[in-house]
Design a protein around this ligand. Structure first.
Ligand SMILES: [Zn+2]
Ligand SMILES: [Zn+2]
Length: 430
């Protein structure tokens, strides 16, 4: 398949030729076994329909109330923008900005830029600023957290259901549908959009002849494999302008600094109250663990388990996994490296789910807004907890999984980036 575009495995940097696959099939890396590329059964027009649908549902989800709550004849309508505004008014500006970004602005950015990019590719005329738009999309994607927000809505409703009569509003169904749509759209990464542009002949590609033998790296944003002058100096991607590194710079210092900071902030996140609950009879502070116990006592043991996993198990697992990845980086053979690659994929996958409790707090403060009767106010623990999530996500992003696959052999340094392109292994996926 001479002339097929090159594609580097993001986990181990092995070069492959991107050959067309059957619909629904996936190509996995010959070296580390990660899924490299799936041939989607959805066409370009199908993606455009999905994104348009998601934009309409997004508008409904944020315009209409999530629920109407009634206590002693008083009614309150809770919506996400209302919750953000209320948290801001209560003086928790940082918390309002954080949840506003992850639950509203970045999902909206994601949908708008996807829509724009898909239309540009379909019209077969890429605008000059296509590459800038794709970089914005690339950086926005990991931080768009609607599925976590949806789970937060469910937890908040269960927590408040014993205190008030709750009538679900149109937005709760819209958020449910949006969660499904955005989970489907998570397959539409920037690298896949660039592949669509490559296949349409709209952008340049790298082929095996250009890369053979030289020192190469792939662009983290557009995936273009390109030759580098040396291992230390990053270069600008010649296709999209993003920084291309042979290996991420100062990995050890950055990951350890972020992991250490996250460990330190994890203490106030658990000790300080994440919310204050004021009723006519009581005024109490609630910590993360206190909230889990409360859910359990309300009889929602399933949600208690979910919140416990998201708020306690996930952050600790993430921190420990990152430490293991950093401490044992030496070459231990293919089998061990593959396990390390799976571990890193797990860290990336669970990344945003610990944001759950922060969303629950902000939603509860909008729902339980009956001053004098029942009121929930965010506490300082919530913002600390959000910081832990952000720091661990940044630490995972600073880690370079490719470095684990670098090894030294008897003949000198063998770098994966120099390996010759190999063909795909294909397999059917459900
Ligand atoms: Zn690989
Ligand atoms: Zn690029």
């Amino acid at each position: 398949m001479a002339g097929a575009p090159l594609f580097a495995c993001p986990h181990c940097a092995t070069l492959h030729e991107r050959v067309p696959l059957d619909h629904g099939a996936a190509a996995s890396c010959v070296r580390c076994d990660s899924v490299l590329y799936r041939q989607s059964a959805i066409s370009l027009n199908g993606w455009i329909a999905l994104v348009s649908g998601a934009l309409i549902v997004f508008a409904i989800a944020n315009y209409f109330p999530i629920a109407t709550l009634t206590i002693q004849g008083l009614s309150v309508q809770a919506s996400l923008p209302g919750a953000l505004f209320l948290t801001w008014q209560q003086g928790h500006k940082m918390l309002s900005i954080m949840t506003g970004l992850f639950g509203f602005w970045l999902p909206l950015t994601q949908l708008l830029f996807m829509f724009w990019a898909l239309l540009a590719i379909r019209s077969r005329r890429l605008p000059a600023d296509f590459r800038y738009g794709m970089r914005v999309l690339h950086y926005a994607l990991p931080w768009s957290m609607v599925p976590v927000l949806m789970l937060g809505i469910l937890v908040a409703i269960v927590k408040f259901s014993s205190l008030a009569t709750i009538h679900p509003g149109p937005a709760i169904w819209a958020f449910g549908l949006l969660t499904f749509l955005l989970t489907g759209l998570s397959r539409l990464t920037t690298s896949r959009l660039w592949c669509y542009a490559e296949d349409a002949g709209l952008v340049e590609t790298a082929t095996a002849e250009e890369a053979n033998g030289g020192l190469t790296a792939s662009c983290p944003c557009c995936g273009l494999v390109q030759s580098l002058g040396d291992e230390e100096t990053p270069e600008s991607c010649r296709r999209c302008g993003a920084r291309v590194y042979f290996r991420k710079p100062n990995q050890t210092a950055r990951v350890w600094a972020l992991v250490t900071a996250a460990c330190i902030i994890y203490i106030p996140a658990n000790v300080l109250p994440v919310m204050r609950v004021r009723t006519a009879a009581s005024d109490g502070m609630h910590t993360i663990l206190g909230g889990v116990i409360e859910l359990w006592q309300l009889g929602s043991w399933d949600l208690a388990v979910i919140v416990f996993i998201a708020s306690v198990v996930v952050p600790i697992t993430k921190l420990l996994a990152l430490m293991v990845l950093m401490i044992k980086r030496g070459w231990r053979g293919n089998a061990v490296q593959r396990q390390r690659t799976r571990l890193y994929e797990l860290v990336e996958f669970i990344g945003q789910w610990s944001m759950l409790d922060v969303f629950v707090v902000i939603l509860l403060s909008a729902m339980a807004n009956f001053p004098g009767i029942s009121q929930v106010i965010a506490g300082p623990g919530a913002v600390s907890f959000g910081m832990v999530v952000i720091l661990t996500m940044l630490a995972a992003m600073s880690y370079d999984p490719r470095s684990g696959w670098d090894r030294r052999s008897a003949g000198g340094t063998v770098r994966t980036g120099r390996s010759a392109p190999r063909s795909f292994e294909t397999g059917d996926v459900a």
